[in-house]
Design a protein around this ligand. Structure first.
Ligand code: SF4
Ligand code: FES
Length: 255
């Protein structure tokens, strides 16, 4: 392996029904490169390690500053955003050189190469009514007050960018389950604690009370380990266990 090169392996797939295959590229290392700049170099000159011209690799990106979540993929086996993944951090120089393996997230359908379809996350947001209802477009005034403590916690939960990292890392999300996943549970916690969002708290608790809801969480806690926004997901899940139990008891008592 030549000094100062990055050996890149990419899991590729032409379309959702195609069989995935691996393709290798070798490119010169430059200081301060990140995964997106590696992909852009390959896009400019899509020649694989065998010297054959190939179709450019497809991936998704938008903000390039870790706020939209669209560039999430598996980088050397770990789920994270490729725009903030510096080569020096994710593929440090070793005796064997630098090696970088890129794969699409496995818990979402692959659209092409490193692009996946994250619709299931947006469908789950609809299921849990992940919004604050308002009556109309006219000025509703300043709205109810929230304590500083509650505002701070709401801010922490509001940073979710539906990147899918927590879903990818969760063992309960698999081909045998339709578990709603940690991100949606974090959003239930966010909207149910808002003074106006509380008006729909019962509907949200109903939405996560079924077999694919909070009961499917196996408490692996991988979600908090991988969440790039450090959202306190396990805290949300613990609190929602209590809230759904109280909600079910109240329903049973007819209250
Ligand atoms: S909770 Fe964290 S890991 Fe999960 S989708 Fe939101 S930002 Fe990504
Ligand atoms: S491009 Fe938006 S998070 Fe990476």
């Amino acid at each position: 392996m030549a000094q100062g090169t990055i050996e890149v392996r990419i899991k590729r797939q032409k379309d959702p029904d195609d069989t995935p295959y691996w393709e290798e590229f070798s490119l010169p290392y430059r200081p301060r490169m990140n995964v997106i700049s590696v992909l852009m170099e390959i896009q400019q000159n899509p020649v694989n390690k065998a010297g054959r011209k190939v179709t450019p690799v497809a991936w998704e990106q938008a903000c390039l500053e870790e706020v939209c979540g669209s560039c999430t993929m598996l980088i050397n086996g770990k789920v994270r955003q490729s725009c903030s993944a510096l080569i020096d951090k994710v593929a440090p120089e070793t005796a064997g050189g630098r090696s970088l393996t890129l794969e699409p997230m496995s818990k979402f359908p692959c659209v092409r190469d490193l692009m996946v379809d994250r619709s299931r996350m947006f469908e789950n947001m609809k299921k849990i009514q992940g919004w604050i209802p308002i009556d109309g477009t006219y000025d509703l005034g300043p709205g109810p007050r929230m304590s500083q403590r509650e505002q701070q916690l709401a801010y922490d939960f509001s940073r979710c960018m539906t990147c899918g990292s927590c879903v990818e890392a969760c063992p309960q999300v698999n081909e045998k389950s339709n578990f709603i996943g940690p991100a949606a549970l974090g959003l239930v916690r966010l909207y149910n604690s808002h003074p106006t969002g509380k008006l729909n708290a019962d509907e949200r608790l109903d939405a996560i009370s079924g077999p694919d809801g909070i009961a499917s969480c196996g408490n692996a806690q991988n979600c908090v380990q991988v969440c790039p926004k450090e959202i306190p997901l396990t805290r949300a899940i613990a609190e929602l266990h209590r809230d759904t139990t109280v909600h079910r008891i109240k329903k049973w008592l007819g209250k």
